[in-house]
Design a protein around this ligand. Structure first.
Ligand code: SF4
Ligand code: SF4
Length: 478
């Protein structure tokens, strides 16, 4: 391609230029990204790259680009062609720009084979609530109504196992056992479920607060699970008492249980994940990075990971006032606390890992039309809901006693829900150029409030910035 002979260059679809808030974390001057909405591709830009792309987006003319670049950077014409040739060639080769003004109005093509979408629905995880009972009395619990209803799962293991086999047949991958506190459920029944589920070929996840896990037959439990998710909020017993509403359990005891589990994992020589999932409130925000570091320090055999749940208002003014965090710059503030407490330095990989876990956001691997992929949530009486956050009576899909997984998947209510989760139908997102890459903003709270799907206004605070920061961090991995 002879750069000197090109007169016009057009954006292929639309090109957007963003600046990342995280450029302070590296010494790199390339703090911008160029995003192409037609190809859903992005690259990192430095200041000069940004200038060139801005000029091309605005004037589409190589002549104007040349004139403005020469005057801005005080360089010669030869130097201009020499320096920009490789860059322009790269932009054209990667379809950010084109010679032809074909004004790409075509819809973005979705590859349905690669792209998990409405037509190709991935039934990935099934959640089973083993009991409503809980041994804690968390002040932030949004589930108090269920917690006070002391029922255990009333469905026989035989029926559950039958449904798990169907779930596997339809492409199911993981079963998450939850509560209340699931370790309060009948131990023999838990072990049987875990064992059968493993035999079926499913991955088992146990979601627990960890306080009484040590009372169970850990050797057996560990041999059947793949992931242990522990919702521990602090290493400070006073903070735990405030948050959990009881002084019965101490951090040291839970730490001992985790040590024991890690030891058993080493003996079993099996790949098991331990994931820490603290709730971040105003009172434990500074303790969380230390907690994560402490647990990380004792784990030798498990794969350790963590992610944060930012406190969500529960509608009780006194508690919301006490725990709520500023929403607007939560992720950046949290990142700074981590950087202060951990030796993060300028390692982009470390910043990326931390930021991803703080925001709990993911960039869709392939452009995707659906906002999220609800799986099934089976409550103690066997009724099935589209997911844990959508346990709402008008979304009750039926009971597993008399409905197969296939029948539940085909329920009109469920199919309608999937249609409604199409990002192009979500009022606040349908015009956002990043919508096909954006995932992990839960539409359930808005639905509970006014029967409309989508993020709440406060959840839209900084949503785009978080995503842009993640996209920028990802360019370092590419
Ligand atoms: S994002 Fe919300 S609605 Fe969607 S699956 Fe997750 S919890 Fe359910
Ligand atoms: S949540 Fe925010 S970033 Fe994501 S699609 Fe909606 S507006 Fe865009």
């Amino acid at each position: 391609m002879k750069i000197r002979q090109i007169n016009y260059i057009y954006p292929n679809g639309s090109n957007y230029i963003y600046e990342s808030d995280l450029s302070y974390t590296t010494s790199n001057s390339e703090s911008y990204i160029l995003f192409n909405s037609f190809n859903q591709k992005w690259i990192r830009l430095d200041y000069i790259g940004k200038f060139i792309c801005n000029q091309l987006n605005k004037y589409k003319s190589m002549r104007i680009l040349k004139e403005n670049t020469l005057s801005k950077f005080n360089i010669s014409e030869d130097c201009f062609y020499e320096d920009i040739r490789g860059f322009i060639e790269y932009l054209i080769k990667n379809n950010f720009y084109t010679f032809k003004n074909k004004k790409n109005k075509k819809e973005l093509k979705f590859n349905t084979k690669k792209n998990k979408d409405i037509q190709n629905y991935p039934l990935n995880t099934i959640y089973i609530r083993l009991t409503n009972r809980c041994n804690l009395n968390c002040s932030y619990c949004f589930n108090k109504t269920y917690r006070n209803n002391n029922s255990d799962n009333a469905i026989s293991n035989k029926i559950i196992i039958k449904r798990l086999k169907e779930f596997k047949y339809f492409g199911g991958h993981t079963v998450a056992f939850t509560g209340g506190e699931p370790t309060l459920y009948n131990e023999a029944k838990i072990i049987q479920l875990l064992e059968e589920s493993e035999n079926i070929g499913l991955k088992n996840v146990l979601l627990t607060n960890g306080t009484i896990l040590g009372n169970l037959n850990l050797k057996k439990i560990i041999s059947y699970i793949d992931t242990l998710q522990i919702s521990l909020d602090s290493m400070n017993n006073k903070t735990l008492e405030k948050l959990w509403g009881t002084s019965k359990y101490t951090y040291e005891n839970i730490l001992n249980t985790i040590k024991k589990i890690d030891f058993l994992i080493g003996k079993l020589n099996k790949s098991i994940n331990i994931i820490l999932t603290p709730i971040v409130t105003k009172i434990n925000i500074n303790e969380v990075p230390i907690l994560i570091d402490d647990i990380k320090g004792i784990i030798k055999n498990a794969n350790f990971n963590w992610y944060l749940n930012k406190y969500q208002k529960i509608g009780i003014d006194k508690i919301d006032e006490l725990y709520s965090l500023d929403k607007s710059d939560y992720s950046i503030k949290m990142l700074k606390i981590f950087q202060k407490n951990n030796n993060v330095g300028r390692s982009v990989q470390k910043v990326y890992d931390i930021f991803k876990n703080i925001t709990q956001r993911k960039i869709c691997k392939y452009p995707c039309k659906i906002t999220c992929f609800p799986s099934f949530f089976i409550i103690t009486n066997g009724d099935v809901f589209p997911c844990q956050a959508l346990e709402i009576e008008n979304l009750n899909l039926g009971n597993i006693k008399n409905n197969s997984i296939h029948a539940l998947l085909n329920k009109k209510k469920f199919q309608d829900l999937l249609q409604n989760l199409n990002i192009n139908k979500i009022e606040d997102c349908k015009n956002c150029e990043l919508r096909y890459l954006c995932s992990s903003l839960c539409p359930s709270k808005k639905y509970k409030k006014n029967k409309k799907y989508g993020p709440l206004p406060e959840e839209l605070n900084n949503c785009k910035n978080d995503l842009i920061n993640l996209m920028w961090l990802e360019t370092f991995k590419k």
